[in-house]
Write a protein that binds this ligand. Structure first.
Ligand code: GNR
Ligand code: NI
Length: 172
C-alpha cells in the first residue's frame, strides 16, 4: 500500500469530471487500497480518486468513530437515483480545502447504486453522515468542491486564505 499526495484547491485537476470505471479488477482494488491508506493517514472520513490525481469514479470512506473498529467502504460508479426534498445541514471540511469548515445543505436522504470492492452491484438507502459524505464525494467526481455550494464571497475568501497559508508554509 502507498500514501498518495492529495491535491488541494485551487488546482484545475480538481475541476475535471471523472470517468466511469469499466471493470473492477486488481489494478482498481490496488488504487482503492492506496486511497484508503491515504485517507486514514490524512486523516479523513472519505476520499475521491480525483483528489489523488486519478479522474475515475471511485470513492473510499470510513465513518467509524474512534472507539469503533474500522469500517472501510468502497463506491465505484455511484449514482443517486432519488433523493429527499428534505435537506440536512452539516459543517463540512475537505482534504483538498485544508483547515476550512463551513455549513452545507444537501438532501437528507437518497437512494444510491454502486459497485462494491468486488465489483458486485449494490443498492442502498442512505441518510445522516453517510448521505452527506457520499454526496460530498460524488461532487468531487463531477469537479465540484463543497465551497462551490457557498456564496462567491465566502468561496473567494476561503481560496485567498488557502493561498496565503500555502505561501506562509513555502517561505517558512
Ligand atoms: O474528512 C472529511 N470530512 C468531512 C466532513 C464533513 C463532510 C464531508 C467530509 S469529507 C472529508 C474528506 C474529503 O475531503 N473527502 O472528499
Ligand atoms: Ni472533499
Amino acid at each position: 500500500m502507498a500514501i498518495l499526495p492529495i491535491i488541494t484547491a485551487p488546482d484545475p485537476r480538481l475541476k475535471v469530471t471523472s470517468e466511469p470505471v469499466d471493470q473492477v479488477d486488481d489494478g482498481l482494488r490496488k488504487l482503492m487500497d492506496d486511497m484508503l491508506e491515504t485517507m486514514y493517514d490524512a486523516p479523513g472520513i472519505g476520499l475521491a480518486a480525483v483528489q489523488v490525481g486519478v479522474p475515475k469514479r471511485v470513492i473510499v470512506m470510513d465513518l467509524a468513530k474512534e472507539d469503533e473498529p474500522p469500517a472501510p467502504r468502497f463506491f465505484v460508479n455511484p449514482e443517486i437515483s432519488q433523493h429527499s426534498e428534505e435537506l440536512a445541514t452539516y459543517e463540512e471540511g475537505c482534504l483538498s480545502v485544508p483547515d476550512m469548515y463551513e455549513e452545507v445543505e444537501r438532501p437528507a436522504r437518497a437512494h444510491v447504486t454502486y459497485l462494491d470492492y468486488d465489483g458486485n452491484p449494490q443498492s442502498e438507502d442512505i441518510e445522516g453522515m453517510l448521505a452527506t459524505c457520499l454526496q460530498h464525494e460524488m461532487d468531487h467526481l463531477n469537479g465540484v468542491l463543497f465551497i462551490d455550494h457557498l456564496s462567491k464571497l465566502k468561496r473567494d475568501m476561503i481560496i485567498r486564505k488557502l493561498l496565503k497559508l500555502r505561501r506562509q508554509k513555502e517561505t517558512a
